[in-house]
Design a protein around this ligand. Sequence first.
Ligand SMILES: Cc1ncc(COP(=O)(O)O)c(C=O)c1O
Length: 490
Amino acid sequence: MAFAYRNGKLCAEQLPLDELARRFGTPCYVYSRAAIELAYAAYSRALAGRNALICYSVKANPNLTVLALMARLGAGFDIVSGGELARVLAAGGDPGKTLFSGVGKTELEIEQALLAGIRCINLESEPELERVNAVAGRLGKRAPVAFRVNPDVDARTHPYISTGLRQNKFGVAYDDAERLYAKAARMPNIEIHGIGCHIGSQLTDPAPFVEATARIAALATRLETAGIPMAHIDLGGGIGIRYRDETPRPVAEFVAGALGALGAGRAGLILDPGRSIIGNAGLLLTRVEYVKPGAAKSFLVVDAAMNDLLRGSLVHLTNEDPEAVAKLEVRWQRDTEFHRLADSDPAELSSAKVIKEHFEKRMEADSPNRYSFSIRTLADDRLIGFVGLYLPQPSGCDAWVGISIGERELWGKGYGTDAMRLILRYAFHELNLHHVSLALHEYNTRAYRSYEKAGFRPEGHMRQDQLREGRRTDTLFMGILRAEWEINNH
Ligand SMILES: Cc1ncc(COP(=O)(O)O)c(C=O)c1O
């Protein structure tokens, strides 16, 4: 263990951290070389005897000493900018073992990479292929390239760090890859070296990683059959680490699974791990400056802040959705407050605005008897959606409910189901309604399934032939009876 208590003192390897704090001051990043070496060894052991290269993903931590250590261990690098290239070179890294990934490479960065003698440029789009071809031509060089192909595999990790689905910005579409390779092969200043993918980060289960490998290997075989040789397959990084109680499978299992999926006779294999090399090999040493008592809770005020450790607070790095669902709160409020809510809270304005617009489209403008609810997570008071409940009208309109979870990446996480459960309890227990219905687009099978789970049954189908996201769709109606709801909820 790199960081552990010894004789009651928290230590980095053998050194007590309070001594380091005295010697170097705080805030201070402390890295364990032993931990980095151990993490790297897990990869090199698993790949022993293979024609393989481990390219440390610089974005995980670009500290020059860390990079220099990786270079000494024999690692290559995976970079996403000219700045990262400069750091790799300054740390003694070998550009001949360095991959240039990332969706936004500028002409200058491509030029710098080619002049430095980069191992391979991982192309993420067709315009980038054209740009690289043009820049290489200007320099009188042939650019070594691979396409990052999006295998359309669900990494089953946190949506913010999932990258291998069709809707993600990374890589070229799987179905378009053969056309792009054929085009690249005809270009005068392009030299095809291989193919790559990276489906996301903090994977704990090898299954999606192996599935992606199998899809990329199948594509590589088709390309080779078409006369385009593949000198390497780059499977990206993504292997997860333990933050709290996660139990990621060992690196060796990911690698063994991938090697199995690649089959015999495949040439070079490249992996570009980041988090799994460095994520648990360092800590931020900080000092408590004040204890600040507060009404609800007291605060420890420390001398490190968001500028020192940014991501956790912004990106919800740990995959804590099940907990968040448990902490979901639906707050009742009248429409008038609804507006104030969206306007008064600048920190959440952008998503609140999106959610509000989305929701309002579905609302009847002046219905006098409607209730609306905002859905917030209790953990960080984040506004993630709305539920509307519309009361029966004398004109004969039934009571109906509408749910909107604003951000696509929050779909399918149980937020809607949880909100539905709460609103039905409110409708049947507090308001004494007998029946609640809802309407949805026929194509929306995901919503259908979740409403079905909540107890709704199909009650009608209205032919509308509307165009929704390019597809024709009709409207389905579903309903739930209090009597049935009571049986199922007692
Ligand atoms: C192409 C590529 N390789 C490697 C990584 C590193 O992933 P991880 O730190 O999860 O190993 C990333 C992360 O975004 C990436 O995009």
